[in-house]
Each structure stands twice: as structure tokens, then as C-alpha cells.
Design a protein. Structure first.
Lengths: 298, 190
């Protein structure tokens, strides 16, 4: 079982950007759409479209990202559907009176025994449009987050975070962790084979979930313990080389360089952040439902 | 080898020490957490409803218990980033930070002399469960800000499945890992 990285070197616009600029832009977009609490679909949509445009400049093959997109979209849809059906609240909907909403569908009351609470599933135009606004808002962040593993070289994570202000030791932890991955992946495969040779069975078990978890121990324990034991050698090797006594240098630090496109991206991120907060402070950007939605369900 | 487990049986342990050992074991914990999260995608695992069990969580809290809060924090924070990188899911700061908090709080149980003692195992499990509650609450509640969902959805859709799955995994696998670790440490003459 070989651990393979999702990263492939591609000469695309997205990949030529400095990883710091991309992570900072993601942070700016996250802050812009969350801190400001702007829920106007007309304002959220352009941010989402910019994120999607950036995503497409990465030219990631669909077969590579299909699984990630499918699982994430499925999960978001389930959560937003649950939110719309359970209460439809959150964000600006928290203050919206249900009596003023346009009902699309309402189920019969389900009375909870003992408590006497009446649960009723209600779907309103406002709830549906709020879910759409939520989806656009989440997509504007997810479209920036998904390409990261595919377009940032694993060996660049440590130095990237270091250059973003993380302490040397913490950055070294990331760097080391990425280096350990192939070895540990191989250890898992070897342990699995060795245990199977001794009759270890995981697939064809007719036992309950608890027992199934317990039976993972022969796979997990040897790998974890051997990693711990070999870690001592790494500690010694690093101590012998005086690790941590002075700031370390990074082999690939020179690869990180802000170019005009990076400054432009960062400028855009800051502009979005300032713009959204200003719009919110001026009292604009509230939740908005288009007229056609009401006409559709009248 | 002589100092494995930060001088497991003898030295007075400093909870917040951050030296080479913490860097290395934080990295090993993160790598194990990431790889194990990925490997178990291919192993049939029990699931009940939308609760899936992630055995990697037991390894994460174990690293907190065995090596302290910094190691737990780094293993959770970077392990989650790593797991998402291997699986290709992306980069989600709030879930990574939530996992970091889970490991950090489990690390408050650090400093126990004998990992075989029932009282110590119970203490480690309790701190780990507190860590799971805080870490998963943090991640679920920040989803309220990022996704704009309400408290009910955050608790029902995110927190409860994550908490229950991680709780079961920790209660079952953490004691096994602790006892195995005590055996390894004793076998090395400490």
C-alpha cells in the first residue's frame, strides 16, 4: 500500500502562485464572508465565481478530484438540507419570524412523547434561498481549499508556514511529518501482510462493531510502537546536529517569491475583506430573496 | 533509546516543554494520524448511522497522553492537514484546529509513571474524552460561523456523530495502546 501524494507538478497559473498568497487569500475570503455576516446572494456570488475561476486555472483532471468533490458536496447538501428542515435558522434567519415566511411544504405535527413537543417539518421560500446562499458561501471557500493538496508540493508546507510566521520548531514538525508518511505507509502495508500470514482476518468478520475495533489492535499497535522506537534515533540525530539552538535555514525558501500575480491576489483578498466589512457596517448586505422565488411557489 | 517517553519512569516531566523530542514525536503522531486516517479508508470499518469510527483518533490522543499537550496539539493540527492532503479533500483550518485541541487536552494527562495502572488508564481516557468534546465542539461550532448553520444542525449534523465515533474508538483502543507502550518502555530497561 503505497502512499501517493495528490500533488503533480503542472505549469498552471494556480500552481505558479506563491502558496502563501493562496493560503492568505483563502483566509481573507473566509474572513470576508464570515465576519461581515453579509448574506446577500448578489454579493456572495461574485466571490464564489472568483474562487471557481481560480480553481479552474489549476486545470485539475476531473478523475483526480471527483471523489473529493462528490463527498464534500454530498456532505454539505446533507447538512444544509438538515438545517433547512430542522429549523432553517442560523445567520440572518435566526431573527426572521416564521409567520412571515412563505411556506412551500409543511408536514403534520409529530408529538414527542413525555415532553409534548410538537415537531413539524416546514420548508419555506426563505429557507430554500438561505440554503442556496449558504451553499454559495461555502463553495467560495471549498473551491479554494480543495486544490491545495493537488497543487502545493508536500515538501513546501513546512517552509510555507515558516515564512508565514510559524515558529521554526512547529514548521519543522510539518516538514518531518510529511517526510515520515511514505515510510509509515509502507510499515502499515508490511504489518498488514505479516499479520495476515499469521491468520489475521479483518474483512470476513462476523462480530459486532466493538470487537471489530478491538481487532484493529494487531495492525495499529506494532506500527505505532515501532514508529515510537525509531523516533528516538531521529531525536538523537537532530540533537547531535544542534537542532533548535539557532534559526534553521530552509533548502527551498528561495522557491517562495511574491510575483505581481501574488500581490494582485492578496490585494483582491484584502479588498474583499475590507469591502464586505464596510458594506456590513453601512447596513447593507442583509439576507435577500429574489422576487422570482416567491412567484415560483405562489 | 535511553530516554524514550521523556524518561518515562524517572524524570520529573515538564508538561509544556517544547524541545527536539516534541518536534519529532509531534511529527510522528501527525504522520501516523494522517496515514491511519487514509489507510482505514480501505479497511472495512464498523459504522452506525452516520457515525463512522476513525481509529486514528486513538493514536492521536495516545500521543497527547504519552508525550504531552504540545505533541498532541501538533499531531492533531498537522495530522489533519496531512490526512486531508493524502485523501485530496483540501484544507480546512477549523477541523484541523479542532483536532489539535483534542490532542492538546488529552495531553493534560501527561506525566503518569505507569501506563498499566487502571487509575492512570482511566485518567487518560477521561482527559481524552474531554479533549474530544472540546475539539469537536470547537470544529462544529465554527461551522456555524463559516456555513451559517444553527446550533441544532451543528450539534446533530457535526458534533454528535464525530463525538460518538471518537469516544468509542478512544475507550477501546487507547487502553490497548497504553499497555503496549508500557511493555515497550519496560522492555527497554526503564
Amino acid at each position: 500500500m503505497l502512499v501517493t501524494w495528490k500533488y503533480r507538478p503542472r505549469d498552471t497559473f494556480l500552481q505558479r502562485l506563491d502558496p502563501r498568497a493562496r493560503i492568505l487569500y483563502l483566509a481573507c475570503v473566509t474572513l470576508a464572508v464570515t465576519v461581515s455576516q453579509v448574506w446577500d446572494f448578489r454579493l456572495l456570488l461574485p466571490v464564489c465565481l472568483i474562487s471557481l475561476a481560480l480553481y479552474f486555472t489549476g486545470r485539475l483532471p476531473w478523475k483526480d478530484v471527483r471523489r473529493a468533490w462528490t463527498l464534500i458536496l454530498l456532505f454539505i447538501t446533507l447538512i444544509l438540507g438538515l438545517n433547512a428542515l430542522l429549523s432553517g435558522r442560523g445567520g440572518p434567519m435566526a431573527v426572521l419570524d416564521e409567520a412571515q415566511q412563505t411556506i412551500i411544504y409543511q408536514s403534520g405535527a409529530l408529538v414527542v412523547p413525555v415532553t409534548g413537543w410538537a415537531l413539524r417539518l416546514t420548508l419555506t421560500v426563505e429557507r430554500v434561498w438561505f440554503a442556496a446562499a449558504q451553499m454559495v458561501r461555502i463553495l467560495s471557500m471549498v473551491a479554494l481549499a480543495i486544490p491545495i493538496p493537488y497543487t502545493i508540493d508536500p515538501s513546501m508546507y513546512g517552509v510555507t508556514f515558516r515564512r508565514m510566521g510559524l515558529p521554526d520548531k512547529a514548521a519543522q514538525t510539518i516538514d518531518l511529518a510529511f517526510r515520515f508518511v511514505p515510510t509509515l505507509g509502507r510499515d502499515f502495508a508490511l504489518t498488514m501482510d505479516a499479520q495476515r500470514a499469521r491468520g489475521y482476518e479483518l474483512e470476513q468478520l462476523r462480530v459486532g462493531p466493538i470487537e471489530r475495533l478491538r481487532r484493529l489492535a494487531p495492525l495499529i499497535v506494532p506500527v505505532v510502537m515501532s514508529a515510537i522506537v525509531s523516533g528516538e534515533d531521529v531525536v538523537d540525530a537532530m540533537d547531535l546536529r544542534a537542532f533548535g539552538t539557532r534559526p534553521r535555514t530552509w533548502l527551498r525558501a528561495g522557491w517562495l517569491r511574491f510575483r505581481p500575480a501574488d500581490y494582485a491576489l492578496l490585494g483582491l483578498g484584502v479588498a474583499l475583506m475590507v469591502g464586505f466589512v464596510t458594506i456590513s457596517l453601512m447596513g447593507y448586505g442583509d439576507f435577500w430573496v429574489p422576487e422570482f422565488m416567491y412567484r415560483l411557489f405562489q | 533509546m535511553a530516554t524514550m517517553g521523556a524518561g518515562m519512569m524517572t524524570e520529573k516531566k515538564n508538561l509544556w516543554e517544547f524541545s527536539t523530542r516534541q518536534v519529532v514525536y509531534g511529527a510522528i503522531g501527525a504522520a501516523l494520524y494522517g496515514v491511519l486516517s487514509w489507510v482505514t479508508n480501505f479497511v472495512p470499518l464498523p459504522a452506525a448511522g452516520n457515525v463512522t469510527f476513525r481509529p486514528a483518533v486513538a493514536v492521536l490522543v495516545f500521543f497527547g497522553v504519552a508525550y504531552g499537550p504540545w505533541v498532541g496539539f501538533l499531531a492533531g493540527l498537522f495530522g489533519n492537514i496531512l490526512g486531508d492532503a493524502i485523501s485530496g479533500f483540501g484544507f480546512y483550518w477549523n477541523w484541523s484546529l479542532g483536532n489539535g485541541l483534542m490532542g492538546l487536552i488529552a495531553g493534560m494527562a501527561f506525566g503518569m509513571a505507569d501506563f498499566r495502572k487502571t487509575a492512570n488508564i482511566v485518567r487518560a481516557v477521561i482527559w481524552s474524552v474531554i479533549g474530544i468534546v472540546v475539539g469537536m465542539l470547537f470544529a462544529s461550532l465554527t461551522e456555524m460561523i463559516t456555513s451559517g448553520i444553527d446550533l441544532n444542525t451543528a450539534l446533530v449534523g457535526y458534533f454528535t456523530p464525530a463525538f460518538l465515533g471518537n469516544l468509542v474508538v478512544t475507550v477501546i483502543l487507547l487502553p490497548i495502546l497504553m499497555i503496549a507502550f508500557a511493555g515497550v518502555a519496560a522492555g527497554r530497561g526503564r
